[in-house]
Ligand binder design. Sequence first.
Ligand SMILES: Cc1cc2nc3c(=O)[nH]c(=O)nc-3n(C[C@H](O)[C@H](O)[C@H](O)COP(=O)(O)OP(=O)(O)OC[C@H]3O[C@@H](n4cnc5c(N)ncnc54)[C@H](O)[C@@H]3O)c2cc1C
Length: 484
Amino acid sequence: MAAAKLSQHFAKTDINITVVESTAIGTVGVGEATIPTLRRFYQSLGMSDMDVMRKTSATVKLGIEFKNWHRLNTSFIHPFGIFGHEANGIRFHHYWLKLQALGDASLLEEYSLGIAMARANKFTFPAENPSSPLSVFDWALHFDASKFATLMRDYALAHRVQHIDAKIESIQLNPDNGFIQSLLLDSQEPLAGDLFIDCTGFNGLLISGALKTGYVDWSQWLLCDRALAVQSEVVGEPAVRTVSLAHTAGWQWKIPLQHRQGNGHVYSSQFMDEAEAEAILLQHTEGKVLHQPRKFSFTAGRRTQAWNKNCIAIGLAAGFLEPLESTSIALIETGIEKICGSFPIPYFNQERVDYFNQVTATEWERIRDFIILHYKANQRTDSDFWQHCRAMQLPDSLQQKISAYQERGDLLHYPWEIFHPDSWLAIYSGFGFYPNTYNHNVDRLNTDYLRQSLAAMRKSIADAVAGLPTHQEFINEHCKVQAA
Ligand SMILES: Cc1cc2nc3c(=O)[nH]c(=O)nc-3n(C[C@H](O)[C@H](O)[C@H](O)COP(=O)(O)OP(=O)(O)OC[C@H]3O[C@@H](n4cnc5c(N)ncnc54)[C@H](O)[C@@H]3O)c2cc1C
């Protein structure tokens, strides 16, 4: 992804880009759920949604369904879209909260088109006309990440990027300033460069191995440190949402592709051993499993500096946040975007490096806080893990956000935050967490009129969804992968 985008960014310069990767080592081989930013990323390279979907065996993702997170036998959805409509500069949930205070029984999710479509397993393209009821949602992909990597490689190779399949054996530093001077490969002469993008995965061969950059450890808040992943045969129609099923010491993802389903159990080794985690994963995997579960260990956190000297870490080399909200690939995109923004001219100075690091740290912390909220807000009483999560002390940045919501119903949106206020609202309300009050400016609106407006909104959503094709019908018509 970095080579593809940077080849486009530097197309009119004489900069040479070389990718070194080792087929002998391979890639991490997981990462199948995305958020809508991925679509903007490939669109910026001139690729169309349907073409990418066909080439990556993709299905549509309208959001994530969280099962058993709030309590056992509960379900809520975090959609890519809004709840209701803001009016008179006041967010919708304040109007809804007022009616709730008057005894109205409608659920907040009845005002989300994205959720209604996800629950009905239906899909169509969002309407371009903003007054259409079908304009208020966004969507992303569940895809085969290896096939997407092939698309990126083909693009890069067609745009002057050199490719070397070799193993990096060691890294030479400049003795004067400690910058990376060259990579020693198993197959060739040393490969020199001015700037190195470290995409070597969890090991961070350059950023950590060579430059000894530190790591900010967030495991006091994010206890999950293991994952087991397994693919299975498709059973039934693909869901138009990722399913995240909470277990006693973590959670399981279910990600449908056209040709198979991805499943994985993310758990805390402090609270569960591997054998139990594997048994739970297999017990909750529908369809025949296609291989032995693959194992991963990680520590939630980020590099202290994503950009150190002449090396920028992207992807797993930059840090790890569990895939609960499918944010790793999105952080790759924003990292690449920031690299492009750092090079309006092909030189850099320390000021640019510092700015890059500051923004990167902020972006990661915002996502960290959002993920922590999912754990903190649980009301499960059936396991030590969930009780431990509920009791944890929060980072100040998250505590301030929660207080603003609880005390005033405010949904703060900080700079560099990927998730918008409606995403926060989806999680708060999914956990049954509502503010103590609403914005009393809504009292200016006649209550009967408010009731009628909200009823009309619910009806418009239900009517719009009733006429839509199913997810499978949509795939069959627009992007079905043909059997070879
Ligand atoms: C369990 C799990 C589930 C995930 N789920 C999601 C998800 O649903 N959504 C999401 O957005 N993200 C997810 N991720 C994250 C996602 O998988 C990664 O962000 C993404 O795959 C990018 O990985 P990467 O390129 O940084 O590392 P890798 O895929 O590990 O690639 C590293 C590359 O470096 C090369 N390399 C390493 N060492 C050397 C060497 N010595 N010499 C030469 N080459 C070398 C390798 O050959 C490889 O090409 C998940 C991650 C995990 C662990």
